[in-house]
Structure formats: C-alpha cells, structure tokens
Design a protein around this ligand. Structure first.
Ligand code: DOR
Ligand code: ZN
Length: 354
C-alpha cells in the first residue's frame, strides 16, 4: 500500500533562478512560470547582458508589459545585474537603492552569453566590498572555465579555487551557489560556517533535472540535446547527494529551476545550446523527485519558505494544490515564431498543478 498522498497543498513557491530571455519569446516562457510561481529571480544573461541598473529597469518594464498584456497581475520579477570586471561600487549602491535583488557572477566563457563575464574575480573586489556592505547577494555560476579542467570537474575545482578564497575575503557577503550539481557542492554548502554576526551567508539552488537525472540521460540510446545544460549532469552519486540535501529540510537549499529556453533548432544542431526548459511543469518535476525518496512533506520548505527567508523577503500567503494526476508533456511548445522542446517532452509526469 502506498503511503504517498494524492494531493498536496503548499504555500505558493517562487523560482530563485530563471531565464526568460527577451523579445517575442518572453511571453511564452513567462506564462509557464507565472502559472506556478509568485516570484522569480530573473537572470541577466541577455545579449547584450543586463549590466546596469538602467538596463535592468528597462528589462523589468518589458517584463511588466508582457505580464499586463497577458492579464497576469500575480507575478513579480526580481531583477539581477550581470557582474563584469568593470562593475563599480557606485553601481552596486545604486542597485541596492533601486530595488535590484542581486548580482550574478558568470565566469567568462562558462555558459550561454557569458563572454562579458568576469575574467578574474580579483577585478571585482571593489564591487564585492560594496555588495557585502549593503547586503546585496551574489549569485554564482560556480564553474572554472580553464581548458585544463575536465568539464565534469569544473564545479568541484571552483569551490577550492574561487569560492573558498572568496568567502574568506568577504565573510559577510551573502552568496547563492546556483544550480549545484555535485556531492562536493552539496556538502560544501551543508557544512560551511556562517560568520559569527551574519547568519545566512551561504545557500544553494537546485534544478529539477539535477534531482531527477544523471549524466546517462544525455546519452541514452543516442545524443539527447534537450538534457544538456550547464553545469552538465553528473554521475548518479552526485544526483543522490543533491536529493539528500534538497529533501533534508536544511534551509540552505532551495528551489531554482534554471529553466533556460532555447528554440528547438538551437538545441538540435551540430553545436547545440546548453539549457533545459523545465518551466512548463517544474513543480510536478520537483514533486516527483521528493516523492521518489518519500519526502513530499519537505517540498514546501524547499519550494516556498527557504528562498524568501534567505533573501529576507516575505513568504507568500496564497496556497496552491498539486495533485497526483498524470499529465502528458507536449512534444513541443510555441516559442515566439519557433518551438521549444520541454524537459520530458512526450512523456508523462505524475504530479500537476490543480
Ligand atoms: O544550461 C544553462 N543554460 N546553463 C546556464 O548557466 C545558462 C543557461 C542559459 O542561459 O541558456
Ligand atoms: Zn541559469
């Protein structure tokens, strides 16, 4: 007899790591997210990247126009700025006073639209000093990018070469280690010490694909471009470590889908883009992961409480219901003039939004 419930009610979740792009594709992806989440941290890796407060405000206005056009009033985008070698301390202070939620560190060359990213973190020490002083969180794409490091080791090496020294130099800076993929990252975040007077200096987001799949999924019966994202899926032992911390009730781990839309043609090509489109039924995917280890009761903390608590934002008050009712995931969805292949396209998912 199954002891799993067939229905769960939870405070509405937020997505603490999301790509919605710009232009005519934005509406399609925003609609999927706004159906499930109350707020989302909007990633700044546009072309060109969102490097200034003025660019972020203009981006936010375009998001709000799209929300309005779709009649959605229940969703709030939380804006981020793209950190560069040249970000000034003044821009950080301006960002704080103008309601920007965080800065994003992309090591140059790490992923989609990261060419303008940081070439050496030492170039950012003035900006980081200001972030620490005003309480502005730094969101980190945690991978080294040097060619000598194997792609499967990039995250673990980043911890030793960049993250540990960074936390030593800025012990009060709030850092989110984004989309963690390894046992090393899970255990680093779990075991890291907070600075004495400043709790909540380190946290991590975890995507649905890294909780549900290991690297075999990229090569199952042939190459599977829609399961390719960065940081790339890892071995099963890493997936299990992520599932363990995500479902442990530890408030340092919370939901961030990293849903990253690329048109079908940009994925199914000789040099396909990195990114999984999980926004279509992200909550169903997370519910499946938590249920797989009998921890559905821990989903609400991970999805709805620990994120706002870390960011010192109020928790949502509205409730949503997930039902155990199998939902077919379409093989393709519209994306502007093109289409997109969602995660688990053509398969079914056990849980969906009531
Ligand atoms: O797979 C990814 N896609 N990882 C990232 O870090 C960026 C994202 C994107 O923007 O497409
Ligand atoms: Zn991302």
């Amino acid at each position: 007899m199954s002891t799993s419930p067939s229905k769960i009610e939870l405070i509405q979740p937020d997505d603490w790591h999301l790509h919605i792009r710009d232009g005519d594709v934005m509406k399609d992806v925003l609609a999927d997210t706004a159906r499930q989440f109350a707020r989302a941290i909007i990633m700044p890796n546009l072309k060109p990247p969102v490097t200034t407060v003025d660019l972020a405000k203009a981006y936010r206005a375009r998001i709000q126009l799209n929300l309005k056009a779709m009649g959605i009033s229940s969703f709030t985008p939380l804006m981020t700025l793209y950190l560069t070698d040249n970000t000034s301390a003044d821009e950080v202070r301006k960002a704080k006073s103008e309601g920007i939620t965080a800065f994003k560190l992309y090591p140059a060359g790490a992923t989609t639209n990261s060419d303008a990213g940081v070439s050496d973190i030492k170039h950012c020490y003035g900006a980081l000093e200001a972030m620490q002083a005003v309480g502005m969180p730094l969101l980190v794409h945690g991978e080294v990018t040097t060619a000598d490091i194997d792609i499967f080791d990039r995250e673990a090496v980043f911890i030793d070469r960049v993250l540990i020294p960074l936390r030593k130099d800025f012990p009060e800076l709030k850092i989110v280690f984004e989309h963690i993929t390894t046992k090393q990252a899970a255990h680093y975040v779990r075991d890291a010490q907070d600075s004495v007077n400043h709790p909540n200096t380190i946290a991590a987001t975890i995507t649905p694909q890294h909780l549900l799949m290991n690297r075999n999924a990229i090569f199952a019966g042939g190459i599977r471009p829609h399961n390719y994202c960065l940081p790339v899926l890892k071995r099963e032992e890493h997936r299990l470590a992520l599932l363990e911390v995500a479902t442990s009730g530890n408030p340092r781990f919370f939901l961030g889908t990293d849903s990253a839309p690329h048109a079908k043609g940009a994925k199914e090509t000789s040099c396909g883009c990195a990114g999984c489109y999980s926004a279509f039924n992200a909550l169903g995917l997370y519910a499946e992961a938590f249920e797989s280890v009998g921890k559905l009761d821990r989903l609400e903390g991970f999805a709805s409480f620990f994120g706002p608590d870390f960011y010192s934002l109020p928790r949502n008050s509205k409730k949503i219901t997930l039902v155990k009712q199998s939902q077919a995931i379409p093989v393709e969805l519209p994306l502007g003039d093109a289409t997109i292949v969602p995660l688990r396209a053509g398969e079914t998912i056990a849980w969906s939004l009531a």
